[in-house]
Design a protein around this ligand. Structure first.
Ligand SMILES: [Zn+2]
Length: 199
C-alpha cells in the first residue's frame, strides 16, 4: 500500500478521527521536519516498552512500578475516590489542582444504544471497595462527562455501589460543566467549581 494511504488509514482508526482529518495529519507530517517525524516514531515505540497500567487506578503510566505516581503518593488522601471514564478525564481533574484523593478509571461510559457495560471495570471497582473502606474511604465522586452516556453510567455505578457498600457516600460532579462537555475540554476553574459543588 502507498505509505501515505497506509498512515492515513491508521489515523482513521483513532477515536473521533475521520478520513479528512486523517489526511490532514498525514499532510502535516509530510510538511514537517524529519526530526518531528523521528520524535513521533520514537514516542510510539516507547509506548510499548515503558508504559504500564497502574494496579490501583487502572490508568496507563510511564515507568516500571506497579502503581502510578498518584496512587503511590503518600500525601494524597484515601477518603475520596473519584471514578472517571478515561485516562484523559483523570488528567483533566488532576490539572484542576484541587482534588487530592484517589482515582479509578472505569474504561469508558455505558453506550445508550446497547446499554452494554462490557469493557467497563464496574465489577473490578466493586471488588476493591471493602479494602478501600478499611483504608479510610468515605466518599465516592462520580466524575463522568456531562452527556447522556455519562449520566447513565453514573446511575448504574451509583446503584451498584449502594448494593455493595451502602454506607459509602456517593456524590457526582456539580453541573457547572456545560451539558455535553467532555471533562478533558473543561478548563481547570470549571472543574474546580464542579468538584466544590458536588452533591
Ligand atoms: Zn494509579
Amino acid at each position: 500500500m502507498d505509505p501515505i494511504e497506509r498512515l492515513s488509514r491508521i489515523f482513521e482508526r483513532f477515536p473521533g478521527i475521520g478520513p479528512r482529518q486523517a489526511n490532514r495529519f498525514v499532510a502535516y507530517l509530510l510538511r514537517s521536519s524529519p526530526s518531528l517525524r523521528r520524535e513521533l516514531v520514537e514516542s510510539v515505540q516507547q509506548l510499548g516498552g515503558s508504559v504500564h497500567q497502574c494496579q490501583e487506578c487502572m490508568r496507563y503510566h510511564a515507568g516500571d512500578s506497579k502503581l502510578c505516581n498518584i496512587c503511590s503518593n503518600p500525601e494524597r488522601d484515601h477518603e475520596h475516590l473519584a471514578i472517571v471514564a478515561s485516562d484523559t478525564d483523570l488528567a483533566a481533574l488532576e490539572r484542576s489542582g484541587t482534588y487530592r484523593g484517589q482515582y479509578f478509571v472505569l474504561g469508558g461510559t455505558i453506550s445508550l444504544a446497547s446499554e452494554k457495560t462490557s469493557g467497563l471495570r464496574i465489577q473490578q471497582l466493586l471488588r476493591t471497595l471493602p479494602e478501600r473502606q478499611l483504608g479510610g474511604l468515605e466518599e465516592i465522586i462520580l466524575a463522568f462527562p456531562a452527556n447522556p452516556e455519562g449520566d447513565a453510567t453514573a446511575v448504574r455505578v451509583r446503584e451498584d455501589i449502594m448494593v455493595h457498600a451502602p454506607d459509602l457516600r456517593v456524590t457526582a460532579l456539580g453541573r457547572g460543566l456545560s451539558t455535553g462537555s467532555e471533562l478533558e475540554y473543561a478548563d481547570p476553574e470549571t472543574l474546580k467549581n464542579a468538584l466544590d459543588n458536588r452533591r
